[in-house]
Design a protein around this ligand. Structure first.
Ligand code: BES
Ligand code: MN
Length: 458
């Protein structure tokens, strides 16, 4: 058996930043590393080329009568900058205390290593385990998985032979409280570029005769929320899935302290739509956010200029039942209606992702028909997590997005069991990302039991 922490260090050393073509070698290195590791524990590995970054498909177990689990993960990571804020270099893993630091440690190399290590241990102990396992590991998650839908369509017959997808790419709120994630938010992203005059102008020569594009953009942006924090786009909330009482209860059981959360964020006050706690809002409500805004002079001192252009980057997080296409249409229509006619503008489409929800067995008042293997997998996870972490998991929807989980459901019909393994303090997407080694060790033990129970189900 390999040492999972040493292997995780090796994995982090490959700088696999999918968004930046300069990291091609790091991407290739991560693919070779993952393939070799899976081969070494007895998997038949295929590297499937796409228009961008390859997908790794690796399987063991031939008997079609056995249950079949697809383990999903991503080998790509976010860019590491700003580099000067890292205490140790982003791609030179370092252990300090009970944490391993490095870009991708938590998102998603550490959690993926949990699953690879648990499978390795299980197969070492039980080489004849009656379970089909397929690792499906992509390299474009951090850029919206552009190649994944095409891959899903091409491989759907094979993927459909599985009973469920199993992964860890979501959050646990505290070290001792694991969460089974049963929902993910979707996304709609776009840029808006506003143009006033055909070039920058001297504000003394021309100020007072035209609308400044920054002003036009600021007015538009300000119109997109109500003062109490709801999104001010007609129809935006129409399809939002209502929160069931069991779900509010589950969120309440989280026992999170609003004051503590407020301090963690470092904000003077929350700005949450009426009727929802912050812990509910982040899980069950859609949002519209401005992710970046710019235009005009950004340097030292002053410059008396009327800039020609201004831009904003907008993203909406969607919840279950909302359609990205419909929300995009509503958003674009609203922008077109509200933008003043004395400027010109362009809306540039970015990517979109579907929201996802799965109701775990024995929870809902209106239970849905569910595959028996999936229901058993949820129960196996519940038991194993309670045994290893000392507390049963909570079942929560998550604010983050892994859009391919809904795509998998759409194309293959498969649902996902998601065991959250990164902590709020793991600094995902930020400098000094890290992964808690105690969570890692417990995750491996829990995952080993979960897979073994699925194999032994009768
Ligand atoms: N692992 C995260 C998703 C996540 C983050 C789940 C926090 C739960 C809590 C994933 O890698 C991610 O960052 N996804 C992006 C979307 C993607 C399309 C760029 C996200 O949520 O912003
Ligand atoms: Mn991420």
């Amino acid at each position: 058996m390999f040492d999972p922490v040493e292997k995780l260090k090796d994995f982090i050393r490959h700088p696999s930043v999918s968004a930046d073509p300069a990291f091609k070698a790091g991407m290739n290195g991560a693919v070779a590393f993952t393939s070799d590791l899976l081969t070494s524990i007895g998997f038949k590995v295929e590297i499937i080329n796409t228009d961008l970054h390859p997908i790794i498909l690796a399987s063991r177990g031939e008997d079609p009568a056995w249950p079949h689990v697809i383990v999903y993960g991503h080998y790509d990571v976010q860019p590491a900058d700003p580099l000067n804020l890292w205490k140790s270099p982003a791609f030179e893993p370092e252990i300090r205390g009970n944490r391993i630091y490095g870009r991708g440690a938590a998102d998603n190399k550490g959690p993926l290593m949990v699953h690879i290590a648990s499978v390795a241990r299980l197969l070492e102990r039980r080489p004849d385990l009656p379970l089909r396992i397929t690792f499906m590991i992509e390299g474009e998650e951090e850029m919206g998985s552009p190649s994944f839908p095409k891959f899903l369509e091409a491989y759907s017959d094979r993927l459909k032979t599985a009973d469920l997808v199993y992964l860890s790419d979501t959050l646990l709120p505290r070290e001792d409280q694991v969460v089974i994630t049963c929902g993910l938010r979707g996304l709609v992203l776009c840029d808006v570029v506003v143009t006033g005059s055909k070039g920058d102008l001297h504000s003394g020569l021309h100020g007072g005769v035209l609308r400044n594009p920054i002003q036009a953009l600021a007015e538009l942006c300000a119109s997109l929320h109500t003062p109490d924090g709801r999104v001010a786009i007609p129809g935006f909330y129409d399809d939002v899935m209502p929160v069931e009482p069991w779900e509010r209860e589950e969120i309440r059981k989280l026992g999170s302290d609003p004051e503590e959360y407020r301090n963690f964020l470092g904000i003077p006050a929350f700005h949450t739509p009426p009727g929802y706690t912050p812990f509910e809002a982040v899980r069950v409500l859609p949002t519209l956010e401005f992710n970046g805004i710019g235009g005009g002079y950004q340097g030292e001192g002053t410059k008396t200029v009327i800039p020609s252009k201004a831009f904003v980057k907008i993203s909406c997080r969607l919840v279950a039942n909302q359609s990205p296409g419909k929300i995009r249409d509503l958003l674009y229509r609203t922008i077109r209606e509200r933008m003043p006619s004395d400027v010109t503008f362009e809306i540039i489409d970015q990517h979109q992702g579907l929201p996802y929800v799965v109701v775990p067995p024995d929870r809902s008042n209106t239970p849905k028909e569910q595959s028996p293997v999936l229901a058993d997998a949820f129960r196996a996870a519940d038991t194993a997590i309670a045994e290893v972490f000392g507390k049963p998991p909570l079942y929560l929807r998550e604010g983050g997005s892994v859009p391919i989980i809904a795509d998998i459901k759409r194309v293959t019909g498969l649902d996902s069991v998601m065991m959250g393994l990164f902590l709020p303090e793991d600094n995902l997407h930020a400098p000094n990302e890290s992964f808690n080694l105690d969570v890692m060790a417990k995750g491996i033990r829990a995952s080993e039991r979960i897979l073994e129970s699925i194999a032994d189900r009768r």
